[in-house]
Design a protein around this ligand. Structure first.
Ligand SMILES: Cc1cc2nc3c(=O)[nH]c(=O)nc-3n(C[C@H](O)[C@H](O)[C@H](O)COP(=O)(O)OP(=O)(O)OC[C@H]3O[C@@H](n4cnc5c(N)ncnc54)[C@H](O)[C@@H]3O)c2cc1C
Ligand SMILES: NC(=O)c1ccc[n+]([C@@H]2O[C@H](COP(=O)([O-])OP(=O)(O)OC[C@H]3O[C@@H](n4cnc5c(N)ncnc54)[C@H](O)[C@@H]3O)[C@@H](O)[C@H]2O)c1
Length: 478
């Protein structure tokens, strides 16, 4: 049996651990290429989706140009050219990674196949070879949840793993779910001219965002897409004209009422159906019971702040264990593990206090820290500052009528508790607020302790901070 200092399962964020491993360690990477070498973010997640989002933004801007006095023809969309631009780059990067890992190099061996534990120190690869190691890092990611809706499997559906590679742009797309993936792909496909229907179980889209953000975005979504609110899928069928999803009001009664509700015959139909109802940890693919690794009730591997599982020598990072299914969190956790391997006497811990995220839809959304509804529910005292894009000079330039930045601060200390932005470049604008929270700066220091370039869009952030009640503000500097 081959023995290694370290075995890493998963080539997504697991790759960072390998890159930063202590000199001289023998390492095995086990990867079954379920989504392509390099994992979700590279192949079927963040990176290709944002390349499509940028393309969609261009098409949307072209349609909006006449409001600025520039008349452009309606964009003609060449789907295969759009897809080729994205995947020529992605597939090359994935292939390069696979080639380099196959070539190995000093002390690196790639095992291509599915890894499953047979004990706390042993892993069976592809039902063939068993390898052993002193340490394991499980970076096995997550996969789309497929809800148990009658007819769904037979009718056929897309997930984030397949939708970006369809051969033909559908004329009509139905999306089940109203979270991050739904919001991003609704924007992508509607901007490319596809009729989009979104099925939301709750009354809103993006319900985990701050209530003001979710409410504004839901209103915008209703104008742009066929948003079916408070609806759940009861049955899916393929008809001669497409894929039909039968709907009912989730509060419309229990299962016995399905017939009554279906007699109303509410359904939506598309040429394609995207299922985007969340993602679940791949921990169940690893035969963890053989190693004795504990999991949470939702299936995620349980880890401590150093990413250690309950079994000595077994670590987990990223979507397989994290409550934040975000690439920057997976990367952070990978760096913590790698650091602690190299510096066992000066261990560091993962910092999940201020995890930001952005939803790259239209308008963009970015957020960090407490939402107002959570502050209320947890009884955290707070004050609010808010500024609309329409109140700052660059917002006039952009013609943005609705977007805003909202900050929550501690009324006593002036420390920021949360920040939420909806509007152009939200994902970039929020960064000084993430920095302030992470480095413990109070709102007044951030607002007045530096210059803000005039008339840049960042004045939105400055003005939201200045809108906080004065008691959390110190004397102005700039
Ligand atoms: C459509 C979409 C868009 C997203 N956009 C963003 C974004 O904009 N920003 C952001 O921060 N996050 C985004 N995310 C989330 C982000 O992609 C994930 O949080 C991140 O990729 C998780 O990385 P990971 O290393 O934990 O897992 P992965 O990258 O999924 O890596 C896991 C790897 O393990 C392999 N594997 C699994 N089980 C086994 C096994 N038993 N044996 C061998 N190999 C195995 C898999 O094949 C895979 O390659 C997005 C996700 C999706 C789906
Ligand atoms: N820009 C980004 O950072 C980004 C983009 C896309 C995805 N992601 C990551 O990927 C994860 C998965 O994205 P997602 O959009 O699939 O999940 P999500 O958790 O964001 O949203 C899931 C949606 O599905 C709904 N839902 C859940 N079960 C349902 C059911 N049985 N029937 C109908 N609706 C149901 C929920 O109410 C919610 O609206 C996200 O949580 C996020 O961490 C990140």
């Amino acid at each position: 049996m081959k023995h290694f200092d370290l075995v890493v399962i998963g080539s997504g964020s697991g790759d960072t651990v390998i890159g930063d491993r202590p000199a001289g360690w023998t390492v095995a990477l086990v990867e079954d290429q379920a989504v392509g070498f390099g994992g979700t973010c590279l192949n079927v997640g963040c990176i290709p989706s944002k390349m499509f989002v940028h393309t969609a933004d261009l098409a949307e801007d072209a349609r909006a140009a006449n409001a600025f006095g520039v008349d452009l023809p309606a964009p003609a969309v060449r789907w295969l050219a759009i897809r080729k631009r994205v995947f020529d780059r992605i597939d090359q990067r994935s292939a390069d990674g696979l080639r380099d890992s196959r070539a190995g190099g000093p002390n690196l061996t790639l095992f291509e196949g599915k890894g499953q534990f047979t004990g706390p120190n042993t892993l069976l690869v592809n039902d063939g070879e068993t390898i052993s190691a002193d340490r394991f890092v499980i970076a096995a990611g997550s996969r789309p949840i497929v809800p148990d809706v009658p007819g769904l499997q037979d009718a056929g559906f897309l997930t984030n793993e397949t939708i970006m590679r369809v051969e033909k742009l559908p004329e009509r797309l139905v999306i089940l779910g109203a979270g991050a993936i739904a919001a991003e792909f609704s924007h992508v496909f509607s901007a490319l001219g596809v009729h989009v229907t979104v099925i939301s179980r709750s009354g809103s889209m993006l319900t985990r965002e701050d209530e003001d953000v979710s409410q504004l975005f839901t209103g915008i979504a209703r104008r742009k897409w066929d948003l079916r609110q408070r609806r759940e899928a009861t049955r899916v069928e393929r008809t001669s004209t497409g894929i039909r999803v039968h709907l009912r009001d989730p509060d419309g009664g229990d299962g016995d009422d399905v017939d009554d509700v279906e007699s109303v015959q509410e359904f939506v139909e598309g040429d394609e159906l995207l299922v985007a109802v969340g993602r679940r940890s791949n921990a169940d693919r690893l035969n963890l019971s053989a190693a004795g690794v504990a999991t949470h009730p939702d299936g995620r591997i349980a880890v401590d702040s150093r990413q250690r599982t309950n079994v000595p020598g077994i670590f987990a990072i990223g979507d397989v264990s994290s409550e934040h299914q975000l690439k920057h969190v997976a990367n952070h956790e990978a760096r913590v593990v790698a650091h602690n391997f190299s510096h066992p006497d000066e261990p560091t811990e993962s910092d999940h206090r201020f995890v930001p995220h952005a939803v790259f839809t239209s308008p963009q959304i970015a957020s960090v820290g407490l939402t107002e509804q959570r502050a209320r529910a947890e009884g955290v005292p707070y004050v609010v500052g808010k500024r609309d894009y329409s109140e700052i000079a660059y917002g006039w330039a952009m013609n943005d009528p609705e977007g805003f930045a909202k900050v929550l601060a501690d009324p006593q200390t002036g420390r920021l508790l949360g920040a939420h932005i909806i509007g152009p470049q939200a994902s970039v604008l929020i960064q000084p607020l993430i920095q302030a929270m992470s480095l413990g700066q109070d709102a007044a220091t951030v607002a007045r302790g530096q210059y803000w370039i005039h008339p840049a869009m960042s004045e939105l952030v400055e003005n939201a901070l200045l809108d906080l009640p004065q008691r959390s503000a110190k004397s102005p500097v700039n």
